[in-house]
Write a protein that binds this ligand. Structure first.
Ligand SMILES: [Zn+2]
Length: 401
């Protein structure tokens, strides 16, 4: 349909139709009266407008104008001007019908109808032409070339920590471990108490815990993945061999090596007859999966509340192979060893908290920070690179193992 914002209702002017023709019209005038929208009364009826010659002239003018309309908007305007607008000659002529003597009215009405039909036909014809032109133009302008290449989204990359975590999980799954996960908003009992960290335990202060509202609810953001050990021991039948990757939180300011959010991965084995030798052998597989084969491991005595005895796990520096005495090594700061994580035999108190008989079962646990491992492995100096979200970082490190 052509757009038309103008008043196209020819009947509207009837409300003010004068009751009698106004005398004194100029019979020689070709242009009919135009209704002035600001005038209170519409134009007076012009009964000369029904003269056959006059109607022919009006009809010819209107048809000629309509036939040359350049576009649909112009055509709509011409329709209002010549055919059905308030001041259109044909509308004015129709008003004049009522003022004619009865004898002349029928013939004049037929003439008027014929003239209006002729103009309307001209309008419909031009409308069809212009609509077809517009449709053809739209088809060309909005054509889609299906042979053009599509808009491709740039491909992202897996996060390096995800890749590393998955790789380590795969190593443990191959040894028969299951994957266990737990909530990041944790209860104090799982995060601390069951792990032999009572309310007044001094080691709690080193965890810089972020507590969760409401105060006193005992809810916190887990400071390590170890509460997953507790949840596992409470929910799975023994023996248990699980690996637990996850995100952890501490109230640390961001610097080159600290972030309030960081990843950990830890493992737990609880079975009959587990010894430190099992731990040692497992960690060797773990270290070689992380840094490559042929590297030695060592355990240094340490302290963790939830293991007894406890140890730090060191691996021979993969860069200098422990020969930093011959050449300076930035990776291990000339130590020859890299500290990888903590480990130990599960403290009997932890087993008791989970309802396990420590005289029958024993176990080991180990854990490490994912960012730290990835930083050592890929020689990354800023922990912030892991949280910046720059895809180039992921593209460089996020694929492969
Ligand atoms: Zn080194």
């Amino acid at each position: 349909m052509p757009p038309s914002t103008q008043n196209a209702d020819p009947n509207r002017s009837n409300a003010h139709e004068p009751s009698a023709a106004t005398a004194g019209d100029d019979p020689g005038r070709v242009e009919p009266n135009r209704a002035d929208p600001n005038r209170a009364d519409p134009a007076p009826a012009d009964h000369n407008a029904l003269d056959p010659d006059r109607l022919d002239q009006v009809c010819a003018q209107a048809s000629a104008a309509i036939a040359t309309a350049g576009d649909l908007d112009e055509l709509a305007a011409l329709r209002t001007l010549h055919l059905d607008g308030r001041g259109a000659p044909l509308v004015l002529a129709r008003r004049a019908l009522g003022a004619l003597p009865q004898a002349e009215r029928a013939a004049a009405g037929r003439r008027h109808n014929a003239a209006a039909a002729s103009v309307r036909a001209a309008y419909e014809a031009r409308l069809a032409e212009l609509t077809a032109e517009r449709d053809a133009r739209v088809l060309v302008e909005e054509r889609v070339d299906v042979t053009l290449p599509g808009a491709r989204r740039p491909r992202g990359a897996r996060h390096p920590l995800t890749t590393l975590s998955d790789h380590l999980v795969d190593v443990f799954v191959a040894m028969g471990y299951e994957v266990a996960e737990g909530p990041e908003v944790e209860h104090d009992w799982f995060n601390f108490e069951a792990l032999n960290l009572g309310p007044d335990h001094p080691a709690r202060s080193s965890h810089d815990t972020l507590y969760v509202d409401p105060v006193g609810s005992g809810l916190l953001l887990r400071t390590h993945t170890s509460p997953v050990q507790i949840r596992t021991l409470l929910s799975r039948p023994l023996p248990v061999y699980v690996v637990c990757p996850g995100r952890t939180y501490r109230n640390d300011a961001v610097d080159a090596t600290h972030s309030p959010v960081f990843g950990q991965i830890e493992g737990l084995a609880v079975d009959e007859g587990i010894t430190m030798a099992d731990l040692r052998g497992t960690l060797e597989v773990f270290a070689q999966a992380l840094f490559g084969s042929g590297l030695a491991t060592r355990l240094r005595p340490s302290y963790f509340p939830f293991t007894e005895p406890s140890a730090e796990l060191d691996v021979t520096c993969f860069a200098c192979r422990g020969e930093s005495s011959r050449q300076p090594c930035r990776v291990c700061s000339d130590e020859g060893w890299i500290e990888v994580g903590g480990c130990g035999m599960v403290d009997p108190n932890v087993l008791v908290a989970c309802g396990i008989d420590p005289t029958r079962y024993s176990g080991f646990a180990f854990g490490m920070g994912l960012e730290r491992a990835a930083m050592i492995r890929h020689d990354v100096h800023e922990i912030r690179d892991f949280v910046d979200g720059d895809v180039r970082f992921g593209l460089a490190l996020g694929t492969g193992n």
